[in-house]
Design a protein around this ligand. Structure first.
Ligand SMILES: *Cc1c(COP(=O)(O)O)cnc(C)c1O
Length: 405
């Protein structure tokens, strides 16, 4: 030990601090080594002073680290920083975004409960609800995201949870989160919002009345395509249940990944601002191209929920979907003609990515289900990264030229 720094002392006075300050500093506790950067505690377990000290830590009589499935200082810093950014009483980190959804349902729902899920959610989320939760006696029904009356009408006496993404992937549909939270409350259900596309830099679902917010940290929280992780945040009473499930079942976040995400959070708002500005510019440009039939981006006045997006988000996100004329053949020609943008289904990376949802992320759905969800054959999803906008436009022009040929 080279300093008398008091271990566990919170590093900064963050009373009334703004978003960017919290993103850089919240949750950091210096060790006695007086390190300036957040320490990476790459350890699976911790030592005890004596056998009786071990017993005291296990029983909770003394607060101490026990085992990294239970707690880890680097993971705790990440959890506290997310809680500060989402305005949550507590946040709990998980091994992936899917593990965050799993932990939420496993800890807050039981056999016999009914869950309402938006029709417009991530593909793996649908599989998790359909293939696995239903197998364990949880009833699941799907509702059109924006239709508040449909949510109310689909409720049953045993409805326990509403699950949504807003904006949705890939068509950027929104729900009035405040309105849906009121319906959930009136029905005695909890509202969980997957806030992956907006991050707390653009939207804070808990402030809008949601009970639980969920993230795939793999996307914009990392921001550079390196690590998988997730997080759940909300009220203490619910998060204690999630902690209990994770400690027992084990899909906890690796401290290394937590450390990478802490570094990602420091630049989150700046990155989101740049992503969103570039996405808006490209969406406007795409809307003017004759080969493009329609652009789905809530930042455009032509989007049916543009006003709602302006009211509940501070910007419109970085995923721009658009339909090219000529169906699948034209969409594939477009994608294959790009030379800079990566052909990959991931998003939330500094590198822009392009994908054909009908044959990849939504490829396992039947043609009718896909059509009902509005995923047409000419649809292309672009997740705008941090490259120069002019270079991205040049690359998209190659796609347009090939699509129209
Ligand atoms: C990627 C994603 C997930 C799943 O997250 P993983 O970290 O890949 O497990 C969940 N929800 C949304 C909206 C996503 O984009």
């Amino acid at each position: 030990m080279i300093s008398d720094w008091e271990p566990g002392r919170l590093d900064s006075d963050l009373q009334d601090a703004g978003f960017d300050t919290l993103a850089v500093r919240a949750g950091q506790q210096r060790s006695p080594e007086a390190e300036h950067g957040e320490a990476l505690f790459l350890t699976s377990s911790y030592v005890f002073r004596s056998a009786s000290d071990a017993a005291a830590c296990f029983s909770g009589e003394r607060v101490g680290n026990v085992y990294s499935r239970y707690m880890n200082p680097t993971v705790r810093t990440f959890e506290q920083r997310i809680a500060a950014l989402e305005n949550a009483e507590q946040a709990v980190a998980t091994a992936s975004g899917m593990a965050a959804i799993l932990a939420t349902v496993m800890s807050l729902c039981s056999a016999g409960d009914h869950i309402l899920v938006s029709r417009s959610v991530f593909g793996a989320t649908v599989s998790l609800f359909d293939k696995y939760f239903q197998r364990f006696g949880v009833e699941v029904d799907y509702v059109t995201l924006a239709d508040l009356d449909a949510w109310r009408a689909a409720c049953k006496p045993n409805t326990r949870l509403f699950f949504v993404e807003s904006p949705s992937n890939p068509l950027a549909e929104l729900v009035d989160i405040r309105g849906l939270a009121a319906v959930a409350k009136e029905q005695g259900a909890l509202l969980a919002v997957d806030n992956c596309f907006c991050t707390p830099a653009l939207q804070k679902p808990l402030d809008l009345g949601a009970d639980i917010v969920i993230h795939s940290a793999t996307k914009y929280i990392d921001g550079q395509g390196r690590c998988l992780g997730g997080v759940v945040a909300g009220r203490k009473e619910h998060m204690q249940e999630v902690v209990g499930f994770l400690r027992t079942a084990g899909p906890t976040l690796s401290p290394f990944n937590a450390w990478v995400f802490l570094k990602g959070l420091e630049t989150l708002r700046l990155r989101m601002q740049a992503h969103c500005a570039a996405a808006l510019e490209l969406a406007r440009w795409l809307e003017q191209q004759p080969q493009v039939e329609r652009v789905y981006y809530a930042g455009l006045p032509s989007h049916p929920q543009h006003e709602l997006a302006k009211a509940q988000q501070s910007a419109f996100g970085a995923v721009v979907s658009f339909e090219v004329r000529g169906g699948r053949e034209a969409a594939w020609r477009f994608i294959d003609a790009t030379r800079l943008i990566s052909i990959t289904a991931n998003l939330g990376d500094a590198k822009s990515t392009i994908t054909h949802p009908a044959s990849t992320t939504h490829g396992r759905l039947s043609a009718e289900t896909r059509e009902a969800a509005g995923i047409r054959e000419g649809l292309i999803r672009l997740a705008v990264g941090l490259e120069e906008v002019a270079d991205l436009r040049t690359d998209l022009q190659r796609g347009l030229d090939a699509a129209g040929s």
